[in-house]
Design a binder for this molecule. Sequence first.
Ligand SMILES: Cc1ncc(COP(=O)(O)O)c(C=O)c1O
Length: 385
Amino acid sequence: MCLARGLEVVYTRFMNTSADTIWLEINLGAIRRNVQRLHLISGKPVMAVVKANAYGHGLIEVSKAVLEGGAERLCVARFEEALALRLAGIDAPILVMGYTAPEHATEAARLNVSLTVFRQDAAQAYALAMVGEPQPLRLHVKVDTGMGRLGVFPEDAATFVNQLRITKNLLVEGLFTHFSSADDIHTATTEGQIAKFDKVIADLEASGFRPSLIHAANSAGTLKYPQAAYDAVRPGIAVYGLHPSKDVPLPADFEPALTWKTRLVSIKTLPPGSGVGYNHRYITQGYEKVGACAVGYADGLRRKLGNQALIHGIRVSQLGGMCMDQSMYALDTIPDARLGDEVVLVGRQGDAFLSAEEVGASWGTINYDVVCGLAARVPRYYFDE
Ligand SMILES: Cc1ncc(COP(=O)(O)O)c(C=O)c1O
């Protein structure tokens, strides 16, 4: 069991949250098993996406767990995330999937961190930076088959790759693309992207080269498009046991790894006509029991009216506006609520379940946004079950 606060990780034998007023409980066993499931489904190596602090779950502990679960590679968005992994002593192969400035090229090569390349100017600058370096810089070429984001156009890809191949100190290790709509009920867009990507691969093969690591499938792609598994799959959200979308849900055996908890830190009965919170956006009708919890928008709860929480396994509603560090809930339906009682914001409590998907929907967003928004100041407790 360990507790991570920011960069400091404190290992404890037992999870003792009695002094905490807000925290996350993360089941590393669930994460390990989800990785194993993704490997079984795809039949391919898993490149686990641990960017954005492992979707809020905690970069270092989650990365160790996915590697224990059999993941062969870690994917991050930024070079800084790769550095944090290396500083923590994690020596597995890492791919930075976003743009990396040429100033980082030599360090990336020394640390065996692979970079993504999709710009001619960046490729030239990497080559210049790498002159005289003892080891090559490993690169994955990104192809834009229809995301409209990063990547060379499919028709330019083979020339781009072959130019890199003859550049000293650069090693084309991988080729990849990213699906825009694999989580959609309609398949035409993704099938079109796969066809374009297949053509790039065929063009390259015709020129006598096939990068050793071709990959495309995010979580939804892994579940729905087995023909796009190529040499490895690249799932993120499914690793955490969260659904890619309503239209592409996870198989039933996947396990959500995260529970978000807070506590009742104040309980009071307010007389009729009392305002609750800033600008009195809620006014009590009669005598109402109001509980304050130590969670606010600075922790990652969205500043919206009508958030829900679980107390004693019962759903309660937030009253009034949300503060930075506190929020108030209606306790009239829970007569035996006591100070210090646990309150669940995401996860299970008894028979009740408040999913990240449901919370995201209530905010007009997606589950990804809910977990990625979990603030660094919220302590993360890890257990293995
Ligand atoms: C390039 C790339 N690959 C893979 C993923 C993982 O996607 P998902 O979390 O939907 O599995 C992401 C996440 O956004 C990504 O940007």
